[in-house]
Design a protein around this ligand. Structure first.
Ligand code: TYM
Length: 333
C-alpha cells in the first residue's frame, strides 16, 4: 500500500476552514485506502517563538481537531513531530544537500522575512522547508495531501529525494507526489477574497475557525465581502467573494457548484449567505464538540499520541539508519 504523510503547525488554538477543507478532509478520506501518518509539527511552530504554555496547549488542540475531524488512530498513525527525534536528525543531513539559492527561492520564506525584516527573521524560517522535507522522506512517503500554498515546498522535497537517490544510490528515498484537490486547494479570506484564508490573516473576521461558536461563524459569513453586482455566479476572477462562498458551500455539501448556482437563480446574496451559514455551522458543530471532548481529556489524548510516536519512531529510525549507512557515517557497534 501507498504511504501518505501530512502535518499542520500548532500555531493557533483553532484550525481554520482552509486547513479543514484543503487538507484535513483529504487526510480522513485517504486513511481508508493508504497507510496514513499525520503529525502535529510543533518543531515548525518554534519559528514564530510561541510562549511555552501556548505551544503546549495548541499542540494538543491541533491533535484533538485531527481526531474530531475523523482521523482514526486505529487506522492512521497520529503523532507529535518533536516526539520523534529523527525529524531533526534528517533535517541536518538534508540541509547539506540543499543549495543556499534553492532555499532562498522559497516564496513563503521571502514573504515572511519581508514582513518582519532581516533582523526579525531567523535561520529556522529559512530551513523550515528542509525540516518539512525530512518529515516527508523519513516515512518513504508516496503521497502528501496539502493545500496549494505548500506546492513549492513539496517540489523541494521531491528535488531532495531525487538528489539523495543520485548521490547515494537508487532506493535511498521515495520521491513524494503532491495530493492537491483543485477545488479546495485555496480557500480565500472572507474579508479579502483574493488572499488565502490563513491563521495569520490580517483581520479575524476573514476567518472561519473550527472551534468558533455558531453565532460567530454565522456573523462572519454574513459580513463576507462580495461585490456590487447582484447575480450569484461562479466567476473567481470577477466575483472572488461569491465564488469563494460557493466553493465552501459545494465542498461541505458535496454538491456541484453548478447545481448550487442554479438553485440561487434570481435570489440575493443575503439568501446564499444565510443558507451557507447554516451549512457551515451544521458541518463544524460535531467537529467542534468532538474536539472539545478531546481537549478536556488531555490524558486520553496523550496516550493516543504516545502510541503514534512509537509507531512513527520505528519507521523513521529504519529510514534514518538506511541513509546514515549510505552516507558512510560510521555506525556504532
Ligand atoms: P499549515 O499548518 O500552514 O497548514 C496546514 C494545511 O492546511 C492547508 N491550508 C489551506 N488549504 C486551502 N486553503 C487555505 N486557505 C489553506 N490554508 C492552509 C495547507 O496547505 C496545509 O496543507 N508547512 C506546512 C506544514 C508541514 C507539512 C509537513 C505538510 C510541515 N511538514 C509535511 C505536509 C507534509 C504548513 O505550514 O501548513
Amino acid at each position: 500500500t501507498q504511504r501518505v504523510f501530512s502535518g499542520m503547525q500548532p500555531t493557533s488554538d483553532s484550525l481554520q476552514l482552509g486547513n479543514y477543507l484543503g487538507a484535513l478532509k483529504q487526510w480522513v478520506a485517504l486513511q481508508d485506502t493508504h497507510d496514513a501518518i499525520y503529525s502535529v509539527v510543533d518543531l515548525h511552530a518554534l519559528t514564530v517563538a510561541p510562549d511555552r504554555e501556548v505551544l503546549t496547549r495548541r499542540t494538543r488542540a491541533t491533535a484533538a481537531q485531527y481526531l474530531a475531524a475523523g482521523v482514526d488512530p486505529s487506522r492512521a498513525t497520529l503523532f507529535v513531530q518533536s516526539h520523534v527525534p529523527q525529524h531533526a536528525e534528517l533535517t541536518w543531513v538534508l540541509s547539506t544537500f540543499t543549495g543556499m539559492g534553492e532555499a532562498g527561492r522559497m516564496t513563503q520564506f521571502k514573504d515572511k522575512s519581508a514582513k518582519v525584516g532581516e533582523s526579525g527573521t531567523n535561520v529556522g524560517l529559512f530551513t523550515y522547508p528542509v525540516l518539512m522535507a525530512a518529515d516527508i522522506l523519513l516515512y518513504d512517503t508516496n503521497v502528501v495531501p496539502v493545500g496549494e500554498d505548500q506546492r513549492q515546498h513539496l517540489e523541494l522535497s521531491r528535488d531532495l529525494a531525487q538528489r539523495l537517490n543520485q548521490r547515494l544510490g537508487e532506493g535511498t528515498a521515495v520521491v513524494p507526489e503532491p495530493h492537491i484537490v483543485k477545488e479546495v486547494a485555496k480557500i480565500y479570506d472572507l474579508q479579502e477574497p483574493t488572499a488565502k484564508m490563513s491563521k495569520s490573516s490580517s483581520s479575524p473576521n476573514g476567518l472561519i475557525e473550527i472551534l468558533d461558536d455558531p453565532k460567530a461563524i454565522a456573523k462572519r459569513i454574513k459580513s463576507a465581502v462580495t461585490d456590487a453586482d447582484t447575480v450569484i455566479a461562479f466567476d473567481p476572477k470577477n466575483k472572488a467573494g461569491i465564488s469563494n462562498l460557493l466553493t465552501i458551500y459545494s465542498a461541505l455539501t458535496g454538491r456541484p457548484v453548478a447545481d448550487i448556482v442554479a438553485d440561487y437563480e434570481g435570489k440575493m446574496y443575503g439568501h446564499l449567505k444565510a443558507d451557507l451559514a447554516e451549512v457551515v455551522v451544521g458541518a463544524l458543530t460535531p467537529v467542534r464538540e468532538a474536539a472539545m471532548e478531546w481537549i478536556e481529556s488531555p490524558d486520553k489524548l496523550d496516550v493516543v499520541l504516545a502510541d503514534g510516536a512509537a509507531k512513527a519512531t520505528a519507521i523513521a529510525q529504519a529510514t534514518l539508519e538506511r541513509i546514515y549507512d549510505r552516507l558512510g557515517l560510521l555506525r556504532p557497534l
